[in-house]
Design a binder for this molecule. Sequence first.
Ligand SMILES: *Cc1c(COP(=O)(O)O)cnc(C)c1O
Length: 496
Amino acid sequence: MSFFSSRGGSCVTASQAILQGLAPNGGLYVPAMFPTVSGADLAVMGSMSYPQRAALILRQYLEDFSPAEIEQDVAAAYGADRFRDPAVAPVRKLDDSTFVLELFHGPTLAFKDMALQLLPHLIRRSAEKNGETREVSILVATSGDTGKAALEGFRDVPGTSCTVFYPLEGVSDVQKLQMVTTAGANTHVIAVRGNFDDAQTGVKELFSSEAFAEKMREKGRVLSSANSINFGRLVPQIVYYFSAYADLVKQGAVRMGDPVNFCVPTGNFGDILAGYYARNMGLPVNRLICASNRNNVLTDFFNTGIYSTHRTFFRTISPSMDILVSSNLERLLYEAADRDGELIATWMRQLKECGSFSVGEQRLDWLGSMFWAECADDKDTLAEIRNRYLQDHYLTDPHTAVAGHVLREYRKARNDQTPTVIVATASPYKFAADVLRALKNTEEREPDAFAASEELERMTGVPMPDQVQGLRDLPVRHRRECEKTGMAEAVLAELA
Ligand SMILES: *Cc1c(COP(=O)(O)O)cnc(C)c1O
């Protein structure tokens, strides 16, 4: 399988696409075609373990990886030492037509683990395949969740290191504790005296600085990125859509071949895009429901065909979806534009220069035949957490609750009885204070996250994951701080 740039040109192998991350012309790597998974393969998946299901899907795209290499990597990523639930991504039934796909049983309790547990292995192999003998050094700026997921993924993976910058102002106490207690000889965590934008801008500058790249080369290292536009992060996400379907058939909830919907809490459009790729590969998906929080740029896009960033940015209780530019949408636009890279380049230029672009009536209709989009504000989200618990005795985190609310709106609007899977992206214990205040129906928010978790456990009997439980007692291993102008020196000192 070859990969092209979504903005035209480039033709690379899977390992090159993974190693490079972004195409040289700024486009995203897209597969030359969508391989199909037959009904027979889908039927066989029902009796496979999650790592076996992952290997089956990955093989379709990673043609320059041998089956044995893929099997080793998925075994390392999805083993019992990494995921608390033996099913890895279990499907729970809420009622006859509503199911939840739980993607939060990994080390950091959020869906980012599904991809970031595997990506480091794919990067290491891609480096080997392309004769890259230097250590691959990953740099990440984080507003909280991605940083910890990257650190856990790269921890002790040979031939790699991972350095995370987080803003001193702006991450929660638990998020900070999660990062600074990370073990592993190749993990580095640096606090930037500034906000998230300062950290992100600083990392972007490091990536574009030839002087910094040269200093890293002198140390025998080459820079790379683990952000969500890397194809190596997308491909592991395709797996759980197939896995969920196989489980629904196995549970007798749908008959093989019958359509299902997925309702996905969306920010950067990576998770739901993987669902669209699964659909193109032959998975019987009727509709993909795109759920946004108050930052509803995608809701407006799917309803008008106009993508516009001329809007206010809101901080919400579902912070991992607080995003105005959904990078992975570019891969869907590429298909909507009949794979016309020049048109994509034009739209992306308009977005950068004017803050908006329009796809036109016909393409909007095409998108509307597969996607439906709506949003939920914080009040809707809190009400959904409470109602879902009262109705189904099921605890949802705020991100998942955004999807739960939007699914109710979809059913009201379309009266569609197709069985629907809500994609659950975080453990409720990762956002215990807000979940607790939703259940108690109060404005008051417990300031201590551990106290909130304990009360939540007492109140609901839903067990608190060990990752939260044990966090208080772990030693702090990372204490380095730097000014926003001193990030290059800080990395070089860390990696010395
Ligand atoms: C990243 C994230 C999302 C959004 O996923 P995208 O791929 O960016 O659309 C939703 N929920 C949680 C908990 C996340 O961490």
